[in-house]
Design a protein around this ligand. Sequence first.
Ligand code: PLP
Length: 405
Amino acid sequence: MRTFKKSSKLDHVCYDVRGPVLDEANRMQADGIDVLKLNIGNPAPFGFSAPEEVITDMISTLRSAQGYSDSHGIFAARKAIMQYAQTKNIPNVSMEHIYTGNGVSELINLVTQGLIDNGDEILVPSPDYPLWTGCVTLAGGKAVHYICDEQSEWYPDIEDMRSKITDKTKAIVIINPNNPTGAVYPKEVLEQIVELAREHELMIFSDEIYDRLVMDGIEHTSIASLAPDLFCITLNGLSKSHMIAGFRCGWMILSGAKEKAKDYIEGLNMLSNMRLCSNVPAQCIVQTALGGHQSVKNYLVPGGRIYEQREFIYNAINDIPGLSAVKPKAAFYIFPKMDTKKFNILDDEKFVLDLLKEKKVLLTHGRGFNWAEPDHFRIVYLPNIEQLKDATGKIADFLSGYHQQ
Ligand code: PLP
């Protein structure tokens, strides 16, 4: 009998955020068990909604958005993205070098497929949003992980980054603000990364999907604004800032020394043409979304849901014996550390599975984010405080008697 196996290209690709533990949670739910899912950064199911004007805009443009668009995206969307790039001081941006995508996810796949030859090395953060490692691997490259340092607010460890550059390194990926740590990188750290990229002639990918979800009065800096002499690709979208992850709306901006990347840009154009275009109704709302009322800001200040939930989760986690966490400054994730000796934890995925089975609370294990040690997990703190209280109570209760077998 002929059987069909998955491509060997997938052999080393890992994307555990939606992996086996989630399968188990889905099985439990199918059996009628109520599972509190703190595992996916999807605001809408937790009662967050887009600004009304964005929804109205999409409804009113639906009839005229039935056809394909230019593969780069409709003019109005790219114009709005261009203006957004200007507010972030991103240099040398032109309309032809802005591309819309079906979420940032599609574009991460596109930029890695377009660049990487077998064996090329790309510096990717650890911990990371694992799609980056997955896409680099799928493209035939090697994701070389640089450490983000928990002792220094989870900022990239520049010396570690430096030590991992070889003659095969082509690019540095940064995720700023970061998923899963919630860190926002200050200008001085970004400048050091730029300096390193400059020294070794690397290009920079900056995933900035959380740049409008920053708290505590911190100003977000786009790394591209500091690197006019380097080739940079900045990725962003509306999934998080406008709570419309389901609409699949993202974009990327090529900037800086584009003359160094003529051939690569040709490749990006080809890949962009091959997928025809991104979801057109989602493109139609970009102008209203970026230019209109930024309702997300109300969530991020004292009294706002995300801010208050961040305060709650940060305190609750640090109150649990054996857990500690750095306070996140952006997005809606926290990445606590476990005292592995205390709980005898050798396998963080097993810990997450044990918790799921016993307490019906679903987390994501740290190694799912390409973190090397089994000593972290990620919580999505989008659920309301009542639910977070319930979840952290259950985690505390579970850990009080946990000794991994
Ligand atoms: N980049 C980061 C850092 C993310 O956390 C996510 C989603 O969680 C994405 C990209 C993908 O977002 P999109 O919905 O635009 O595909």
